[in-house]
Design a binder for this molecule. Structure first.
Ligand SMILES: [Zn+2]
Length: 223
């Protein structure tokens, strides 16, 4: 990872307010492209590194977020009750370790499924719909039963309803690393429709984040 080189060199101060551009190849068509990297301060939260690649050849665009900071002491579970169409414009930082749940749709997106994103709630829901409905590998297979196709279609329609403000659901961002964020439009006041819980990670969650090994190393150094 290129940004880790910068971090190691302690050049975050240099990056502040500047866009770094470095050459890369398009992940889609392999044409030469460039990646823009920027350190962004998210209000009431923290700094993150946003990496955006735009390909002039095929039009492929990616936007990836890396947390500038290390894993937090506690995990974070953010629950928002979507009650108003304006909720769709809320900023969302979904870190690469964050799971997304919509209990009313019995939907759960595992932590690694979408990568890190800095987007809006609308952008996140659109990405989920694209991933589950449009890019679903099962949809083309011979084995796909019509029942499964119906369910995918129904899921896509429900996401559309949420996007249009016609369906009130809860969205949960559960990030054991504590690096995800959902904009509180009432900040610094509490948001009546949003709860943010901090929790202690389980051994398994530490295991998934690769933290158990790191702890062992630290203990050995202290001795
Ligand atoms: Zn391309």
């Amino acid at each position: 990872m290129k940004w880790e080189i910068l971090k190691a060199g302690n050049d975050l101060e240099v990056m502040r307010g500047e866009v770094l551009v470095f050459p890369t190849n398009c992940p889609e068509c392999n044409a030469p492209a460039s990646t823009n990297m920027k350190l962004v301060q998210i209000p009431h939260f923290k700094e993150v590194i946003i990496m955006a690649t735009n390909c002039d050849s095929c039009g492929h665009r990616t936007n990836e977020v890396k947390s500038g900071a290390a894993t937090e002491q506690l995990g974070t579970k953010i629950t928002l009750h979507i009650t108003d169409p304006s909720d769709m414009t809320r900023d969302v930082l979904k870190s690469e370790t964050c799971a997304v749940l919509i209990p009313e749709l019995e939907f759960e997106l595992g932590m690694a499924a979408l990568g890190g994103k800095f987007t809006t709630l609308e952008g996140l829901l659109q990405d989920i719909k694209d991933l589950i409905v449009s890019k679903n590998p099962f949809i083309c297979g011979d084995s796909s039963s019509s029942d499964r196709l119906d369910k995918l279609k129904e899921f896509g329609e429900k996401i559309e309803k949420i996007l249009a403000g016609q369906m009130k659901v809860h969205i949960i961002l559960d990030d054991p690393a504590g690096n995800s964020y959902l904009q509180n439009v009432y900040a610094p006041e509490a948001d009546p429709e949003m709860t943010v819980e901090k929790y202690t990670r389980t051994f398994e969650q530490n295991e998934e984040l690769g933290l158990n090994d790191m702890k062992t190393e630290n203990y050995q150094q202290e001795k």
